[in-house]
Design a protein around this ligand. Structure first.
Ligand code: HEC
Ligand code: HEC
Length: 429
């Protein structure tokens, strides 16, 4: 079992770093149960002469939950979210209410409720590579997936789990792709790139955790990683991105912080793109946050007015709308999206902290987004920010795009196909 560590100087180094936290903080959090479980992740060298698969698993646990007592945190109403951010989207415990992304736990069979039929993520991973859609994806991305350059090529379940972290688009679980992309684009961030940016060894630790949790004793993550990449783990120098040490106590956004710091601390960037925020350039779960443009438009919409009539929403100014969206996200759900905002922000902002963030969001507009090359998601009803004038074909297509803007959705755009033909006729005359 331990042979894998012979080549692993890097693994050893990393394990030392994480082990320090395990040892140091288990006691600390027991003594102070009300204090947030995720420990300041500062390195304190301890002398560990050997690293076991169990240690790698614990390291994975720490990366996923930022805690070794995730269930306890959940019971205290806290979010066990570590630097890997996975539980922000994925469900790891029955107690956790998150279903915007595939469950990473074994659930009873949804139709029969039969406990005996539950399938673990470890078991599912083996089926994925045999799925005809996997083969299709391999063919479609034979020249490499756009963002990672990876050609899907997992051969085993373990390799599939590894690949999922480096290339979420390589296989998109049916029904969980970005709306409007026919399950070809995953809203999951690439885990080895900013902002999450786990290094290879950390990804192996996360996969070890998933495998060993589902199938105790199963420890193939290093083998899987090496077979997948055709090289030895730990050959390159890995620079681990350490999280800034967290102050003890619950995480709260403060008025003394910058918008960048608040967005980072509150993990808004995992789901939203926000102009002017360095860390928030990739989120694909929620709308592009350009509230200077969007908020007035939302309040004026028929959908919002209906919620006001029902007594569920009550904003009358853009500022109120943004505050309502953050502290009471169910009041109104932006059309095209699910009610997937985290629900506990009302406990996590001081009034002045909220002000800082709202000021920033209110100052963002279509223009500030365009200036940074940020665009809306395909499922946003308002459509792309790329103006028809910039479109490649500027005659017929322009007419269709324009009518999408005017009528708000594609179906209505088809109604003006006559306009398209007219435009063509003109350009040939
Ligand atoms: C911002 C949301 C988000 C975050 C954060 C996120 N994921 Fe995902 N993940 C998704 C979505 C959505 C899917 C389904 C689409 C797809 O297949 O890519 C997915 C799919 C997966 C799958 C494939 C599941 C299957 O059954 O085939 C694995 C494995 C996975 N994620 C692991 C992780 C791990 C580990 C982390 C943390 C290091 C993580 N994810 C972080 C959104 C997220
Ligand atoms: C787990 C994903 C997720 C996280 C994390 C998240 N959001 Fe959201 N957010 C969404 C989704 C999905 C929507 C659209 C559905 C809705 O309206 O609730 C949304 C909607 C919004 C809206 C309304 C946007 C509009 O144009 O009408 C605002 C404002 C917002 N979020 C701000 C934030 C802020 C600020 C944070 C961090 C403090 C944050 N969100 C964190 C997923 C998320």
């Amino acid at each position: 079992m331990r042979r894998q560590f012979v080549n692993g100087s890097v693994i050893l180094k990393v394990a030392l770093w994480y082990c320090a936290i395990l040892g140091g903080f288990a006691g600390y959090t027991n003594w102070l149960p009300q204090i947030r479980g995720d420990a300041p992740e500062a390195a304190v060298a301890v002398d560990v002469s050997n690293v076991t698969p169990e240690m790698l698993q614990e390291m994975g646990e720490s990366i996923i939950y930022g805690s070794h007592d995730p269930l306890g945190m959940l019971q205290r109403g806290e979010g066990p979210i570590g630097k890997g951010q996975c539980p922000l989207c994925h469900r790891f415990f029955m107690e956790q209410k998150a279903d915007r992304c595939p469950n990473l736990i074994a659930l009873p069979n949804p139709e029969t409720g039969d406990e005996g039929l539950k399938v673990t993520e470890e078991q599912r991973s083996h089926d994925r590579v045999k799925d005809p859609r996997y083969k299709e994806a391999m063919e479609r991305m034979a020249d490499g997936e756009e963002n990672s350059g990876i050609v899907p090529h997992a051969e085993t379940g373990g390799q599939y789990l590894i690949e999922s972290e480096y290339c979420p688009n390589c296989f998109v679980v049916m029904g969980f792709g970005l709306k409007g992309t026919n399950d070809t684009v995953s809203p999951m961030p690439i885990i080895n790139k900013p902002p999450i940016q786990l290094v290879d060894t950390e990804i192996v630790a996360v996969v070890s955790y998933l495998q060993m949790r589902d199938d105790p004793g199963k420890f193939t993550a290093i083998e899987d990683w090496e077979a997948y990449w055709g090289k030895t783990l730990g050959e390159g120098e890995e620079e681990i991105k350490e999280e800034a040490p967290a102050a003890p106590g619950p995480k709260v956004a403060l008025g003394s912080e910058t918008p960048e710091e608040i967005v980072t601390k509150m993990t808004c960037y995992a789901c939203h793109k926000i102009p002017g925020i360095e860390v928030a350039k990739t989120g694909m779960v929620g709308p592009l946050l350009i509230e200077g443009s969007s908020a007035p438009h939302r309040i004026a919409s028929a959908e919002y007015k209906a919620r006001v009539k029902e007594g569920l929403a009550s904003a009358t100014t853009p500022r109120e709308y943004i505050i309502e969206s953050i502290i009471s996200p169910g009041a109104f759900v932006v059309p095209g999206f699910a009610d997937d905002m985290l629900k506990d922000f009302k406990h996590k902002f001081t009034v002045s902290g909220l002000d800082v963030l709202v000021d920033h969001l209110l100052a963002q507009t279509e223009e500030t987004a365009i200036a940074e090359g940020l665009d809306r998601l395909p499922n946003e009803k308002e459509g792309s920010l790329v103006k028809p004038a910039e479109a490649k074909i500027d005659n017929g297509e322009k007419t269709v795009k324009k009518s999408i803007e005017e009528f708000g959705d594609e179906q209505d755009a088809h109604l003006s196909i006559a306009g398209l033909e007219n435009a063509h006729a003109k350009s040939f005359n």
